[in-house]
Design a protein around this ligand. Structure first.
Ligand SMILES: Nc1ncnc2c1ncn2[C@@H]1O[C@H](COP(=O)(O)OP(=O)(O)OP(=O)(O)O)[C@@H](O)[C@H]1O
Ligand SMILES: [Mg+2]
Length: 342
C-alpha cells in the first residue's frame, strides 16, 4: 500500500486539527478536523494567512517568531476564543532552503471545564468548612481563656459549638452522598413503593418543625394511587430535602402543601409553599452544587446549597423528571415525576 494513501487516511481520520503554513505564513493544507473546528469564511484555507485561519493574537505572535527565525524548536501553547480551548503544538520543518510550519490543534474545552469545576468545588468546600470551624475555634478559645466561670455563658457557647459541629458533619454527609451518586457507587434499586405512604410519613417527620415556625403543613392524597417504581430510601431523601427547603424559605404564617397524583404513567409529587419564591433567572441554577439565591440568608438558615443537587441526581437516577414553578414573594412548587408500576 502506498505511503501517501496511509498518510492521507491518517490526516483525514484523526481527531486533531492539522494545518500547514509555508515560509510566508500562507496556508498550504488543513485536514477535515481542522476545517470543522475552524471553518474558513469562504472557500478552503489554501493561501490564507495564519490569522485568517485562526483568530488568535497569541498564536499569531508565536507563528511570527517561527517565520522570522525560519526554524527553532517546536512549541506548545494554549489558545482560547472565550468558549473553546485548544492546545496547539507548533512544529517547524526545514528542508534545505525551504521551511514550513505544522500546527496540531487539540480541543481541550472539556478538560478545561472539568478543571474549573474541580477547582471551584475545592474552593467551595474549603470555604464552607472554614466558616463553622472558625466559630468552633473562636468559642472554644474564649471558654478556655476563662469564659467557663459563668454557667450560662458556658451553656450558650457550647450550644453554638454544637450547632456548628452539626453543620459541618451535615455538610460532609451531603458531600459523601453526592459523590457516591455521581460515581454511581450508590445505585438506585427500584422496587414498587406506596407513594402515599412515602409522602405521609416524610411529612409527619416535619410537622414539629413546621409548627415551631408557625407554618401550616398539609397533605392531599387521592383515594387510590398506583405504586411507584422507586428506591424508597433515596426518594425519602428527595422528600426531606424539598420539605426542608419549603419550610426554610417560607416565613412564619405561611403554608406548605404536599400532594401526589397519577399523570401519564407517572406518579407526580408536588411540594408547594407560599414562601419567598425564586427569581426567574436563578431557577435554572438552583440544582447546581453550592448554588444559593441569597448566600448570606441561606447560610444563616444552615444551608450549603447541596440539597437540590442531591435531589436532581436521585430523580435522574430514577429516569424521572423535575419541574419548578416559582414567583418571588408568592411561593414555589417543586414537582417530581417517577414511573408508576404497570
Ligand atoms: N422552596 C424554596 N423557596 C425559595 N427558594 C428556594 C426553595 N428551595 C430552594 N430555594 C433556593 O435554592 C437554593 C438551593 O437550594 P438547596 O436545597 O440546594 O440549598 P440550601 O437549602 O441553601 O442548602 P442545603 O439544602 O444544603 O441545606 C437555596 O439556597 C434557595 O436560594
Ligand atoms: Mg436545601
Amino acid at each position: 500500500m502506498g505511503k501517501n494513501l496511509i498518510l492521507e487516511t491518517m490526516a483525514r481520520e484523526m481527531q486533531t486539527g492539522v494545518v500547514v503554513f509555508d515560509k510566508n505564513g500562507s496556508a498550504l493544507y488543513a485536514n477535515p478536523f481542522f476545517l470543522k473546528s475552524f471553518p474558513p469564511v469562504s472557500g478552503g484555507v489554501e493561501g490564507k494567512s495564519v490569522f485568517e485561519c485562526i483568530k488568535s493574537e497569541r498564536l499569531l505572535k508565536s507563528v511570527e517568531v517561527f517565520l522570522k527565525k525560519r526554524g527553532g524548536a517546536s512549541e506548545d501553547i494554549e489558545i482560547s476564543d472565550g468558549t473553546r480551548h485548544f492546545s496547539v503544538h507548533i512544529v517547524p520543518i526545514k528542508d534545505k532552503a525551504d521551511f514550513s510550519l505544522i500546527l496540531f490543534l487539540q480541543d481541550i474545552t472539556e478538560e478545561k471545564r472539568v478543571e474549573t469545576i474541580k477547582r471551584d468545588f475545592v474552593a467551595n468546600v474549603s470555604h464552607e468548612l472554614r466558616t463553622p470551624l472558625a466559630s468552633i475555634k473562636g468559642y472554644s478559645e474564649t471558654l478556655l481563656e476563662g469564659g467557663m466561670d459563668d454557667p450560662d455563658t458556658l451553656r450558650e457557647f457550647l450550644r453554638v459549638i454544637d450547632r456548628h459541629a452539626t453543620r459541618m458533619s451535615r455538610l460532609i454527609d451531603d458531600l459523601l452522598i453526592l459523590s457516591r451518586l455521581e460515581s454511581h457507587q450508590m445505585t438506585i434499586v427500584a422496587s414498587p413503593i406506596d407513594p402515599g405512604e412515602l409522602v405521609s410519613s416524610t411529612v409527619s417527620g416535619f410537622q414539629k418543625q413546621a409548627r415551631d415556625k408557625g407554618i401550616t403543613l398539609s397533605v392531599i392524597l387521592p383515594g387510590e394511587l398506583p405504586k411507584a417504581l422507586g428506591d424508597r430510601d433515596r426518594l425519602e431523601q428527595v422528600m426531606v430535602n424539598l420539605l426542608d427547603n419549603a419550610i426554610k424559605y417560607t416565613p412564619s404564617g405561611g403554608k406548605v402543601k404536599v400532594s401526589a397524583c397519577q399523570e401519564d404513567g407517572f406518579i407526580r409529587v408536588d411540594v408547594e409553599d407560599t414562601g419567598i419564591g425564586i427569581p426567574e433567572g436563578d431557577i435554572s441554577r438552583i440544582f447546581e452544587r453550592f448554588y444559593r439565591v441569597d448566600k448570606a440568608r441561606s447560610r444563616e438558615l444552615g444551608g450549603t446549597g447541596l440539597g437540590l443537587a442531591i435531589v436532581k441526581h436521585i430523580i435522574q437516577g430514577h429516569n424521572g423528571r423535575l419541574h419548578v414553578e416559582s414567583a418571588p414573594g408568592k411561593g414555589s412548587v417543586f414537582s417530581f415525576f417517577i414511573r408508576a408500576c404497570g
